[in-house]
Every structure is written in C-alpha cells, then in structure tokens.
Design a protein around this ligand. Structure first.
Ligand SMILES: Nc1ncnc2c1ncn2[C@@H]1O[C@H](COP(=O)(O)OP(=O)(O)OP(=O)(O)O)[C@@H](O)[C@H]1O
Length: 310
C-alpha cells in the first residue's frame, strides 16, 4: 500500500470574525517534497502552518498530515512532525547539551550522534548566550535529531548571514534526504529568499493575501512562465497589449516594444507560438524566468494569474 501524501488539505479556511485570513484552499504535498511556501508579509504562511500543526483550528475544511486528521494531532504524533519557527521559544537556562539530553528520551528514533559537531554547536553553552544563528542551529538540531517524517519551518533562516544559512541548509538536506523519496523527510519551508528557495526546493506554493494562487513542482512552474519581449514595425505595442490573452500578465509597452509575462507556456517553440499570435511582430524573444522574477510579475497582476488558471 502506498503511503498517504505528507499533507492533504481540502477547502481549509481561516477567518477571524469578518476577516478572512485564509480563503478555502486545496493542497497536496507529496512525501519527500521540499515545499517552498512563498508570499508577502501577512499572506497567511504562518497561519497555514499553524493550521497544519493543530495550533489553530480551521473555520472550515479539513487537513490530514501523514495520513492523520490535524484535529487529532497530539502527543505521539509530534514525535513524527517537527516545527521550527523564527520566533522559536527555547529553554534559555539550559545548555545545548542539556537540551539534547532532555529531549532524547521523548523520541524513539532520536539520533544526535555527530550533530552538534556538524553544526559547530558548543554543548556546554547556555541557550541564552547563543547568537541568533547559533540559536537557530540549536533549534534545528533539536528537530533533526528525532528524524521527523514531516518538518514545518517558518522563516527559519531570516536574519542569518549567508554562510550560516548555507551551513543550515546543508545540514538539513544531509539529514533529511535520501535517494528514496518515500523515506525522505517532507519539508515545508516559508521564506522570502526566493533565489535560495529555488536552489533547493522541489515544489512551490504561492499565497497572496490569504489565497493560494498555485502549488506545483518548481520545474513545472519555471517551464510554464516566460518573459516575452516583442518588437513591432510601428507605434502599435499599446494596442497589441490591450488585446493580450488571459494568462499574459505584467505587460508594459512603449512605442514599438511590448514586454509581458506569459504564464501559459505549453509548447517548446514558444517564440513561434507568440509569432502566430502577433503576426505583425518583427522580433520575438522568449526568456526563461527565475522564481523571484515570476513572484514579482504575479504581484503586478495577481488577479490576471487567477483568471489565467481558470
Ligand atoms: N489571532 C489573529 N487574529 C486576527 N488576525 C490574525 C491573527 N493571527 C494572524 N492574523 C492575520 O492573519 C494574516 C496572516 O498572518 P501570517 O502570520 O500567517 O502571515 P505570514 O504570511 O506568515 O507573514 P510574514 O511573512 O510577515 O511572517 C495577517 O494579516 C495577520 O494579521
């Protein structure tokens, strides 16, 4: 029997009074995925994680994690699910070594052999004496050691220098990922560093003001989004721009030049497809995009993207 998806969400929503913080959303995160949850400040990323952890209860809909309904998550379930957040509360008075010793008996699969050395963490130092980067290392060590099947990380690297970020990501990948996706830890990670996310995530979900605009493998997203520049003979770019099909967003025109982002790419010869759409074009250029440039384009034309999916 195949294992259930790591996360299965159906019509999950959260409201506070008349304020909708998360509109009903569906989401499936396969086992072994590294799922980057992206979106502006206040988009609902932390709220979605809290709903998945049963820290907050939904207004409607339901979610399963590791095959368990979130409403039933308690006690033993949390020996299989790890959570690391930017504002992680830690027992400040303990040393790093004492924290590890305190947690060890609670987890059947605990294995911290070599972990503190790997992360360059001094076992004898009190947590309150640690720098921001070291605190985050200690927080990460305390979840990596119990071998979680699912790890939710809410902006774990914010404010850390690039060297520490790289070290943490390496430790994370070394400890959680194997050739076999069925045995790998599923990671959901929210971050504002999109270049970093693109470098190691396998999937991406984009939350915009409480609405999940899409969730899909990063490769598929990068394939379907291209930045297009079209040059015409005369001063016609603005009129062509006005007739762009849905799914072409973030359009700008000036004189004979039109630039836009096409979110609907499904053919190999994309330039040919644009030429067919715009027979008066003199020159057509279709360039691949990064996760960061796609994010910026979607923010210029959020509703167009939603229509583009319909
Ligand atoms: N208890 C609450 N009552 C009312 N509104 C809330 C509550 N908790 C969170 N919110 C609102 O929910 C929205 C989403 O917040 P959330 O913390 O999930 O955003 P985020 O995407 O994680 O943002 P950031 O990137 O800044 O961390 C925000 O507008 C926030 O004000």
């Amino acid at each position: 029997m195949t294992a259930p998806a790591a996360i299965e969400v159906r019509q999950l929503a959260k409201r506070f009074g008349a304020t909708t913080v998360l509109a009903p959303l569906d989401l499936t995160v396969p086992r072994g995925a590294i799922f980057a949850l992206i979106g502006h400040n206040g988009a609902g990323k932390s709220m979605l994680m809290k709903l998945l952890l049963n820290i907050v209860q939904p207004s409607e809909g339901h979610a399963n994690v590791l095959g368990m309904p979130t409403s039933q998550l308690r006690g033993e379930a949390f020996t299989r699910i790890g959570y690391v957040s930017e504002s992680q509360e830690m027992p400040e008075w303990m040393t790093v070594g004492a924290l590890m010793a305190h947690l060890r008996p609670m987890y059947p699969r605990w294995d911290d052999a070599g972990l503190l050395e790997e992360l360059d963490l001094p076992a004898e130092r009190k947590i309150r004496e640690l720098s921001r980067g070291m605190r985050m290392k200690a927080a990460l060590a305390s979840v990596l050691a119990f071998g979680p099947e699912l790890l939710l990380m809410d902006e774990p690297f914010s404010g850390l220098d690039p060297a520490v970020r790289t070290e943490l990501i390496q430790a994370l990948l070394d400890r959680t990922h194997t050739e076999d996706p069925a045995r790998a830890t599923t990671i959901v990670i929210s971050s504002h560093d999109l270049d970093e996310m693109e470098s190691f995530a396998t999937h991406v979900g984009f939350l915009q003001r409480g609405t999940l605009l899409f969730a899909q493998p990063i490769d598929a997203l990068l394939t379907r989004c291209r930045e297009v520049t079209v040059t015409f003979e005369g001063d016609v770019a603005a009129s062509v721009r006005a007739k762009l099909p849905e799914g072409c967003v973030a359009a700008e025109s000036s004189g004979a030049m039109l630039r836009f982002v096409d979110l609907r790419v499904h053919v190999e010869d994309h330039e040919g497809a644009i030429r067919a759409l715009m027979p008066d074009a003199v020159q057509v250029q279709s360039e691949p995009m990064s996760l960061r440039t796609i994010f910026l384009a979607l923010n210029k034309a959020p509703r167009a993207e939603e229509r583009g999916r319909a």
